[in-house]
Write a protein that binds this ligand. Structure first.
Ligand SMILES: *[C@@H]1O[C@H](CO)[C@@H](O)[C@H](O)[C@H]1NC(C)=O
Ligand SMILES: *[C@@H]1O[C@H](CO)[C@@H](O)[C@H](O)[C@H]1NC(C)=O
Ligand SMILES: [Cu+2]
Length: 318
């Protein structure tokens, strides 16, 4: 097992440098604003790499290496704002889930000079995963932008908006989940009288061991998915943010039972072979599955990628 986790770590490193992305533009009033105008420039603005250490201060806004100043956009409570995705390619390429948090700058503090520390963050939007033990799907995957509503009950004032895509393609070992993060500065006008919450801190909100962060999305296919972080504020149905889509379970009892039997059987017949699939003549794209116990698809990777062992259940074209 030790060698497997070391290997997984090596593969995680090897996966850097391609298919990564940033969140440079705030979308206000339906229009893209200038890159890094309202969004604080993140450490990865050039190399596009994710951050993976949820205990680091960088899990807040990912700006420890940058000191660029950003402007503060004016947005009305109840209006729609968003972020664009830039990268290679310019969309949320990896399978993963999305969260958007906000935090209010203390009164008397200009949000432009506020670091977002403390238990101040509440979630206003999320796009979860849908799992039923047969398939797991990630509706955020492939989006080139996201848009969400500033809750109309949100009090007026200055806030940070933090967007986060958690990519889960190599998340089966601790530290494997990839966090693509950015924070924008906004002045919310025409606000309401709500009390946002629950409040969490970054770092602090995640340990990295949550079932939705430390997860093998490939084998066995999860029977359910638990979105990381607190519930969306305000709760679905009370106006404001779009309804959350977390924790959708189909035939949970049956799937769970089947899954347990399957994994017991698998353990009993454990093998070190990585690829038991048979080639079907088609090629597998980058990051696609190309082997693993029970896999019957193509084992040939599209050029220039090669099939690399992640664990006994999963090999991937990298
Ligand atoms: C805004 O940026 C997104 C993502 O890059 C792009 O898909 C969209 O076409 C842009 N919209 C406009 C109006 O330029
Ligand atoms: C699925 O649900 C079970 C039972 O509530 C839980 O223990 C497990 O962590 C969940 N799995 C995921 C991936 O959220
Ligand atoms: Cu990537």
């Amino acid at each position: 097992m030790k060698s497997l986790s070391v290997l997984a770590a090596v593969l995680t490193l090897a996966a850097k440098g391609s298919a990564h992305y940033t969140w440079p533009q705030l979308i206000v009033g339906g229009s893209n604003t200038t890159a890094w105008q309202y969004v604080r420039e993140t450490n990865n603005w050039q190399d596009l790499n994710p951050m993976v250490d949820v205990t680091s201060t960088d899990v807040r806004c990912y700006t420890s290496l940058e000191s660029g100043t950003s402007s503060t956009a004016t947005v009305a409570a109840g209006s729609t704002v968003g972020f664009t995705v830039d990268g290679n390619p310019s969309n949320l390429y990896h399978p993963g889930v999305l969260n958007v948090y906000m935090a209010k700058a203390p009164s008397g503090t200009d949000v432009a000079s506020w670091d977002g520390s403390g238990s101040v963050w509440f979630k206003i939007y999320e796009i979860s995963a849908i799992a039923n033990g047969v398939t797991i799907t990630f509706p955020a995957t492939g989006l080139s932008e996201i848009q969400f509503t500033i809750p109309s009950a949100l009090p007026s004032g200055q806030y940070l908006i933090r967007t986060e895509h958690i990519a889960l393609h190599v998340a089966s070992s601790y530290g494997g989940a990839q966090f693509y993060i950015a924070c924008a500065q906004v002045q919310v006008t025409n606000g309401g009288t709500g009390t946002p919450g629950p409040l969490v801190a970054f770092p602090g909100a995640y340990t990295g061991y949550e079932p939705g962060i430390l997860i093998d999305i490939y084998y066995p296919i999860p029977t359910n998915y638990t979105q990381p972080g607190p519930p969306v504020w305000p709760a679905s149905g009370s106006g404001g943010a779009a309804p959350p889509t977390s924790t959708i379970t189909t035939s949970q009892v049956t799937s769970t039972t089947t899954s347990k039997v399957t994994s017991t059987t698998t353990k009993a017949t454990s093998t070190t072979s990585s690829s038991t699939g048979s080639s079907t003549g088609t090629t597998v794209p980058e990051y696609g599955q190309c082997g693993g116990q029970g896999y019957t698809g193509s084992t040939a990777c599209a050029s220039p990628f090669t099939c690399k062992l992640t664990n006994q259940y999963y090999s991937q074209c990298l």
